[in-house]
Structure formats: C-alpha cells, structure tokens
Ligand binder design. Structure first.
Ligand SMILES: [Zn+2]
Length: 553
C-alpha cells in the first residue's frame, strides 16, 4: 500500500500520513480552509473516523464533550463532504452525482461506499444495480457511480432511507407467513406450475424471493436459484428488476407454508400451527427452579466455524454462551450445563478476543478434545448425546422443563443481516434413532445415544421451540438488535436438494430447542457487532429474558 499512497499524494490537497503501518487502516491529513490539518482515518470494516482536534464547529453535529475520534455520522453535511473529499480527492462531484474512484481496494467495499455516499449500507443492492459492470471485489481505480437518486440528501441527493422495515416485520411468525403467502398466486405455464409474485419497491430477487419463499440459505445455492428464477421469469439482468415485475417461482422450490392448497407440505405446516395454538406454557417460577438448560457453543477447538470480515464463529459465539451462563447462574436456580469448554479460558467471559482459541474439549466423560481427531459430525452428534445425558441425570422432576440452545453465526449473502433461529420440523425428527459413535470412548454413549419420540412429542417439541424462538425475536426487537428480514424462524434447511434439521437439535431430548445464528458474518455491520463485547452482553441478556418469559406463568 505504501507505493499507492505516495502516488496518490502527488496531486492532492490532503497529505497521506506515511508510516501508518496498520494494513487495515489508511490515514490522511485533511486540509481545512484556514490551512490547519485534521487527521481522517479509513479503517477496514470500521469505516471513517475523524480526529476532533482542530475540527471546526461547523463540521460537527455532536454536542457536549467531544471524544478524540468522531464517527462520520457525527459530522454535519458540510463536515461529511469535507471528510470524503480529503479521503477521496479524485472523486468527481458533478451534475448532482458522484463518481467515486476506488483508492484503497482492501479497505473499501460496496457496503462502505453505500453507507458513506447514500447514507445507508442497506442501499447496497441499489448501488450494485446502478453499477452493473463493476465487480464486487474492488480494484484501485474502479469508478463507482452514485447517481442523484441514490446520493444522500446531505450531499443534495434524493436517497431515501431504505425500506428496511417492511409492514411484516412487526408481525408474529404465523401472521408473517400468512401475509407472505397471500402475496402469491398459483399459476401454470408451458414449463409447469409456479407461484407468481410481484416485486415490491426496494426488494431483491435474492433476499425477498429466494430466501423468503424457499428453504435455501446457502449463499451459492440461493444465487443459483435466483438466476434460474430470473430466467424463468424472462428477466435478463437480475440487478435491474423494477417494482411490479412478475416473478415465477417453481412450485417444487417453495417452502411448506407456501405450497399450493391441497399439498402435503401445507397440511403439515397448518397442523403444526394448530399445535402451537393448543400448546400450553410450561411454567416455572421467576428463578426458573427445576428448569434444565444446556448451552452449546457451536464449533470450537480446531473448528473455527464460518469466517468473514475479520471475525470467526467459534470464540465469539462461545463468549455469548458464557455470558448467558453467567447471567443464569447469578440470577436463577436453573441447572445450567455446557457442552464444550475452552482450555485456558474456562467458562470466563472476554471483552477482547484477539485470536482464535485452538483448544476446546467436549465435556463428555472423559472429555474429548475438539481437535479434528474425530469428525465434525462426531462432534455434533456428541453434543446432543451429551445434552440428553445432562437432561436425564439426575432424574428430572419435570422432563418438559428442559431447553437446549446452540450458538452459531451465519455466512449468508452480505446484503442480508440479523438473527435467524432454527427449530426442529416435527416431520423430519425420526421416531427412533440410535447413534453408534464408532470408536468413541464416552460414558454418555451408553445411555444417551438412542432416542425415540412419539408423534405427539415431536409436535409438542416443535411447537414449544417455535414459541421460544418467537419470544427471543421479541426480545431482540425490543433491544433493536438486527433480525433476519425474511422468515427469521425456520424449521428446515434445504441444501443440495435435501431437507434437513441440524443434527444437534434433531434428536435432542429437550422439550424446547433452538439453534441460533446470532448474526451474518458476511455482512460488515453484523460482523462488527459480533466483535463488540457490549453487543454480546446485550444479546446474552435478551436470551436470558426470553428463557424467563418462556417459563413464566
Ligand atoms: Zn455454525
């Protein structure tokens, strides 16, 4: 980056500070009208910050005592414009639009450009659509056009806050699903049966069609289906779809609740909804006495889980689980068990997580290191076996007062964000199942590795889990924490043409169970949140409140 910076300094008014050795950061000295200079920083995934020293009042939108560093959002429109011109002197501001020239390809992204120039990272899709030829991976010198309709009003543009909140957002899971269903019409053409959908303003094929109406979540598969659907609908360019455009979703791709009348999938979904309405609460006092809780931090040890934007799943979701554990131990009488322990950290919580912890053990008897000696599927199976052991010993007074939570973080398309909660679809839970655990030495395998469920149990488990998931979303919403925009509660995943429930919640004896994808690591804002200890604490508190509400009279 050094050469690039020197090159850039030759013809600009702001001086690049040579010697800022951090590869994740660029610094310039922005020149003020009077001749003084102010340091402006661009940091990987953190965005722009400005030193408050020397900064004129007219540039600052914040009042009171100023911190040493101000965020871009703390500046007035005049200050923002100045900061952008200092960082990107080769941008062209003409005719009500901006032509942004990529200067630091390793530090810039569509999300960043979108948030700086349009005022919202969520305008990502629209910015992509306005620059159909640009690759998502930046090169120095790429030109990104921010047309007047997308430019922030701070800079004289017409951008509106994105339609982030859809009318469905505040609805319960059942009502939301019913509302989505009502948007579909069932038709037929030469290629067969399809569900017709009309695109609404601000919607993208990827998120508002594929992720909403099907059970696909894998980024590549979602993309492939979006392209297939675009073709079927006669759309040439997926990035220039207008509101009102007719979209044809092949019927066999639809998730159960969106299947046509008379289908088995729809019938099963309705049966489950009826069960939810019939389900009575499992009551425990405010201190959750008699409640058994198993917390399962996903991955760990040799397995980092998903990685993106400088964050990885394992350590960060472990920390949330540990914060939940601590809050439960401090404030309740619930029996709390953990499936996994990080060596050296134990059950402690950490504000800073500088590097991946390489050693973790599954807390079986004897403990089994998560070191890759046994496969990841062994590790996952051991977790439900272990949980079933915790639920069974000593004999529980009320087997229904059991809850299992597995903590994960997603790796979805960067334009989607927020929590997603998986519960087990009753029709995918086996009536009988035994896991041999070949070659694994653990006492828990003797009692806990075979399970059986009656049809009634399966339905009640799904219903209780769904009620808990709904309660958790309510707590997250109250805290204004991000929630996945399209069907944040799911009971099945479709991958490679196969429907399944994650193994860890599939044959788990807990009455209530959930696998939580806390955030989407591919989304920059989400990744930054997970890195933030305050967010992890806030999230843990929301989970504990949701557990309490679940068992409340
Ligand atoms: Zn995971």
């Amino acid at each position: 980056m050094g050469a690039l910076r020197r090159l850039a300094t030759a013809f600009i008014s702001a001086t690049v500070i040579i010697g800022a050795a951090d590869p994740d950061m660029a610094e310039v000295k922005g020149r003020l009208p009077g001749g003084k200079t102010v340091v402006v920083r661009l940091q990987f995934k953190k965005g722009v910050s400005i030193s408050s020293k020397n900064l004129p009042k007219a540039f600052i939108a914040k009042s009171g005592n100023l911190p040493q560093w101000l965020y871009f959002e703390d500046l007035t429109p005049q200050g923002k414009r100045w900061a952008l011109t200092s960082l990107f002197p080769q941008d062209k501001w003409t005719g009500g639009e901006v032509r942004h020239r990529v200067r630091w390809p390793k530090l810039e992204s569509v999300w960043l450009i979108s948030s700086l120039y349009t005022g919202h990272g969520q305008n990502y899709d629209k910015l992509m659509a306005a620059n159909p030829k640009n690759p998502e991976v930046f090169k120095e010198g790429d030109i990104w056009r921010i047309p007047k309709v997308l430019l922030s009003p701070d800079f004289g543009g017409l951008a509106k806050a994105p339609d982030k909140s859809q009318p469905e957002d505040e609805l319960s899971d059942e009502d939301r699903t019913v509302t989505f269903r009502a948007m579909l019409a069932y038709e037929k053409d030469a290629q067969g049966n399809y569900a017709a959908y009309r695109m609404r303003k601000g919607e993208a094929l990827y998120s508002s069609v594929v992720m909403r109406f099907t059970d696909l979540v894998d980024a590549r598969e979602v993309n492939e289906l979006a392209i297939r659907i675009a073709k079927r609908s006669g759309i040439k360019d997926v990035r220039s779809i207008q509101p009102g455009q007719l979209i044809k979703i092949p019927t066999d791709c639809l998730a159960d609740p969106f299947q046509p009348e008379g289908s088995r999938g729809l019938a099963e979904d309705r049966q489950m909804r009826a069960e939810v309405r019939r389900t009575t609460k499992i009551e425990a006092g405010p201190r959750l006495s008699g409640v058994r809780i198993v917390l399962d931090p996903g991955h760990g040890g040799i397995d980092s889980g998903a990685r993106a934007n400088g964050v990885w799943e394992s350590d960060f979701v472990y920390d949330i689980a540990m914060r939940v554990r601590r809050l439960l131990e401090l404030n309740t009488d619930a029996q709390v068990s953990i499936t996994l322990r990080y060596e050296g950290i134990g059950f402690g919580i950490r504000d800073d997580i500088p590097a991946m912890t390489k050693e973790a053990v599954l807390l079986t008897t004897p403990p089994i290191p998560n070191d890759g000696e046994s496969s990841i599927s062994d590790s996952v199976n051991l977790r439900w076996v272990l949980a079933n052991h915790f639920f069974a010993t000593p004999k529980a007074a009320d087997k229904r007062k059991t809850i299992f939570i597995s903590f994960h973080a997603d790796s979805l398309h960067p334009s989607t964000r927020g929590s997603m909660v998986y519960v087990p679809a009753s029709n995918l839970v086996p009536s009988k199942y035994a896991w041999a655990g070949k070659g694994i030495q653990a006492a828990e395998l003797k009692q806990g590795a075979s399970v059986s469920f009656t049809a009634r149990q399966k339905l009640e488990m799904e219903a209780q889990s769904l009620i808990f998931a709904e309660g958790l979303l309510k707590e997250l919403r109250r805290e204004k924490l991000p929630i996945h925009a399209n069907r944040p509660i799911r009971n099945v995943i479709n991958r490679s043409g196969r429907n399944f429930v994650p193994a860890v919640i599939r044959t788990n004896n807990a009455m209530t169970k959930a696998l939580i994808e806390v955030v989407n690591l591919q989304n920059e804002e989400d990744a930054a949140l997970l890195k933030d200890a305050d967010f992890r604490e806030q999230y843990a508190r929301a989970i504990v409140r949701a557990i309490r509400a679940h068992f409340k009279k």
